[in-house]
Design a protein around this ligand. Structure first.
Ligand SMILES: NC(=O)c1ccc[n+]([C@@H]2O[C@H](COP(=O)([O-])OP(=O)(O)OC[C@H]3O[C@@H](n4cnc5c(N)ncnc54)[C@H](OP(=O)(O)O)[C@@H]3O)[C@@H](O)[C@H]2O)c1
Length: 289
């Protein structure tokens, strides 16, 4: 079986490349240099020569705030490109694993979101990711869309890296404490995608939309505290919880983006990992440089 990973230097795409795959699987990977999502009409010529059986799309426009001022580019990469990839996959007989986001929801639900809850994104980024989901659903049958949240890794741009930098520079960290979600490591997402691809290739599991995040939802403040405690700064910054209103950003974010992950457990036997364990591994990785 031939598996093609789209995305090379991203948090999840790098972790996908680090996984070891069974010997009968040939893995290919294309970065932006070879497959540029901002011009979706060029994607076919990059994918088709590889003749993949399964495409894993880990590439996206992920700058949530910048997307507010670049809606056209964000829509090309997150909406039009996945739609085009779905058409290509359907034409060449490939299946697709695609990553989406908790930011398709508006955060007004009291409990955890299930896959069939109505989406209502608050931001340009969320709307473009919703468009990508829709483009896949209406153009192919053999797909898994995996919505995840608050992705972190030892590499790339993410909240853990930001807190490590600011914690070393500032005496006080003021962090939003009224947005609820689940930090999820890029490695856990990569392992989950791999399990899903191998299961589907073997006739196990199901096609469709799934939620996958760590267990034990928290807030950005709760996550920042755990990072602060885990890293052991020489002079730890004072941690101050603040409200979303006290930290205005160009893009609105949902107050609750906790995802119910029962479906992926039932269909694939995939359980929610602990973000605390993943954070320890990531902090150790960052320390080792
Ligand atoms: N980050 C989060 O907190 C978060 C939360 C929920 C869901 N997600 C979703 O999880 C997935 C993976 O996110 P991530 O955090 O791993 O992303 P990331 O670290 O920001 O990496 C983005 C990836 O997208 C690729 N990319 C960007 N623009 C491109 C273009 N014009 N053409 C082709 N490739 C392009 C980059 O390519 P190069 O390798 O060539 O630079 C890179 O591999 C995305 O679908 C994202 O929407 C992320």
């Amino acid at each position: 079986m031939r598996v093609l990973i789209l995305g090379k230097s991203g948090q999840v795409s790098r972790e996908l490349a680090r996984l070891s795959w069974p010997g009968q699987i040939d893995v290919f990977q294309l970065g932006r240099d070879a497959c540029d999502f901002s011009s979706p009409s060029t994607i076919a010529s990059a994918i088709e020569p590889i003749a993949p059986d399964f495409v894993i799309n880990a590439a996206a426009y992920t700058a949530v705030d910048r997307a507010e001022s670049e809606p056209g580019l964000a829509m090309a990469i997150n909406g039009d490109a996945p739609t085009e990839i779905a058409r290509i996959c359907e034409r060449i007989g490939a299946a697709l694993a695609h990553i989406s986001t908790d930011y398709v929801f508006d955060g007004r639900k009291a409990g955890a979101y299930v896959e069939d809850d109505p989406v209502c994104p608050l931001s340009v980024y969320g709307r473009t990711k919703e468009a990508g989901e829709g483009g896949i659903r209406s153009n192919m049958a053999r797909y898994v869309i995996v919505r995840t949240s608050w992705v972190f890794a030892g590499h790339g741009a993410n909240f853990v890296k930001t807190m490590l930098r600011l914690g070393a520079e500032r005496p006080e960290l003021r962090v939003v404490a009224d947005q609820h979600g689940a930090p999820t490591s890029a490695r856990d997402i990569a392992q989950t995608l791999q399990k899903m691809v191998l299961a589907r290739a073997d006739g196990r599991g199901a096609w469709g939309t799934f939620h996958f995040t760590s267990r034990e939802p928290t807030t950005w403040y709760g996550f920042a505290k755990a990072i602060n405690e885990g890293v052991g700064f020489a002079s730890p910054p004072k941690m101050t919880p603040i409200t979303t209103a006290e930290y205005p950003t160009p893009a609105a974010r949902p107050a609750n983006s906790v995802l119910d992950c029962s479906r992926i457990q039932q269909e694939f036997g995939i359980f929610q990992p602990s973000w605390r364990d993943a954070l320890s591994n990531v902090l150790a990785e960052v320390k080792m440089g």
